[in-house]
Design a protein around this ligand. Structure first.
Ligand code: GTP
Ligand code: MG
Length: 301
C-alpha cells in the first residue's frame, strides 16, 4: 500500500433533520449540482440520495435522507426506516440540520434518536438569513448542545451556499482513515432513470397543492439514449384516485402540459442533452399503504 493511501480518508456523512430543514439544498451545494429535489413543501425527499464529494486526500459520501416524521401510512414508515438505517448503520458522522426558524420542542424525538449514536455529530443551523436577532442563534446552539454531544456548530445559509465549505472541511476532518468507497469521479450511486423520476416528482411538488404531490409516484417507462434529436422519455405518474388524476391532467390537459414542460426543462438541464418528455397518468388505488405496490415501486427491497 502506498503511503498516500494510508493517509486517505473516506466515510458516510448523513444529513438528518426535520422535513423542510434544508437537507437536500445543503446536499446539492456539497455536490455542486441540483441532484436532490428541493421544494418548499415538507416530505419532498422519500429515499436516501448520495452525493460523493472528493478532495485531494478524502472522499465524503453525503447522504440526504427523508425528514424525520410521525409515520401515518406505510410509505412514511419506509421513509422513516431509510433515515433510521442511515444514521444508525451507515453513518461515520451525522450532520444534524436544524432550521433556525423551528423550535426545539419539535425535535425531541429526533434528538432522542441522535443521543443513541456513537458517531460524531456536527450541528448545522440552517436558514440563518431568516433570523433577524442573532442572539436567537446562540440560544438555539446552547439549547441543542445541552442535549447532544455536538462536536462543532455551523451557521449556514444553504440556499445561498454560505458557510457550506466550512462544513465540508470539518466533515473531512472527522471521517475515518479509509480507502475510497466509490471510484474517483463518481457523483452518485443511482442511474439516470431514478433522477428523471425524481425531477418529475419535484415539479409535481412545485405545481400542485394539498394531497396531490403526496399521492403521486413516478415511473420511467422508456428512456432512449441513442436517437440523437429524437431522444425521448416516457413516464407514468401514478396517483391514488380518479379525482386526483383529473386534477393532475387539468382542464383540457393544461396542468399536465405545464408539468411536462417544466419537468422536461429540468431533466434536459441535468442530463445536458435534449429529450422529449411524454407523461401519462394512471390510478393505483391506495398505493402508499400497499406493501406490494411499494415493493413494485422500489421503495421496499
Ligand atoms: N431562506 C432560506 N431558505 C432555505 C435555506 N435552505 C433551504 N431553504 C428552503 O427551504 C425549503 C426546504 O428545503 P429542502 O432542501 O427541500 O428541505 P429538506 O430538509 O430536504 O426537506 P424534506 O426533503 O421535505 O425533508 C426550500 O424552499 C428551500 O429553498 C436557507 O438557508 N435559507
Ligand atoms: Mg429533502
Amino acid at each position: 500500500m502506498l503511503q498516500d493511501d494510508l493517509n486517505f480518508k473516506s466515510g458516510f456523512a448523513v444529513l438528518a433533520g426535520l422535513a423542510n430543514a434544508g437537507k437536500s439544498t445543503l446536499l446539492n451545494k456539497f455536490a455542486g449540482v441540483d441532484l436532490s429535489p428541493v421544494t418548499h413543501k415538507p416530505q419532498t425527499t422519500r429515499q436516501n440520495i448520495l452525493a460523493i464529494c472528493e478532495g485531494r486526500d478524502y472522499q465524503i459520501v453525503f447522504v440526504d435522507t427523508p425528514g424525520f416524521l410521525h409515520a401515518e401510512y406505510k410509505l412514511q414508515e419506509v421513509m422513516l426506516n431509510s433515515l433510521n438505517q442511515a444514521v444508525s448503520e451507515d453513518a461515520d458522522l451525522v450532520l444534524f440540520v436544524y432550521d433556525a426558524t423551528s423550535t426545539l420542542s419539535k425535535h425531541l424525538e429526533l434528538v432522542k434518536k441522535l443521543k443513541e449514536l456513537y458517531c460524531p455529530i456536527l450541528l448545522v443551523i440552517n436558514k440563518v438569513d431568516l433570523v433577524k436577532d442573532k442572539d436567537e442563534l446562540l440560544k438555539i446552539k446552547n439549547a441543542i448542545c445541552a442535549q447532544l454531544p455536538i462536536k462543532k456548530v455551523f451557521y449556514v445559509n444553504a440556499k445561498k451556499g454560505e458557510g457550506v465549505d466550512q462544513v465540508q472541511r470539518a466533515v473531512a476532518d472527522y471521517i475515518p482513515f479509509s480507502p475510497p468507497y466509490f471510484p474517483k469521479g463518481q457523483l452518485t450511486d443511482r442511474w439516470e432513470r431514478f433522477y428523471i423520476a425524481e425531477f418529475i416528482r419535484e415539479q409535481i411538488f412545485l405545481l400542485y397543492n394539498q394531497e396531490i404531490p403526496y399521492s403521486t409516484f413516478v415511473e420511467v417507462e422508456t428512456f432512449t439514449e441513442d436517437l440523437g434529436d429524437k431522444n425521448f422519455i416516457r413516464a407514468i405518474i401514478y396517483t391514488e384516485r380518479e379525482n386526483q388524476k383529473a386534477i393532475l391532467i387539468g382542464k383540457g390537459g393544461s396542468a399536465i402540459g405545464k408539468l411536462r414542460k417544466n419537468a422536461e426543462d429540468r431533466i434536459c438541464q441535468f442530463l445536458q442533452k435534449k429529450y422529449r418528455l411524454e407523461l401519462r397518468v394512471e390510478v393505483a388505488p391506495a398505493w402508499r399503504s400497499n406493501v406490494k405496490q411499494l415493493k413494485k415501486f422500489g421503495y421496499i427491497d
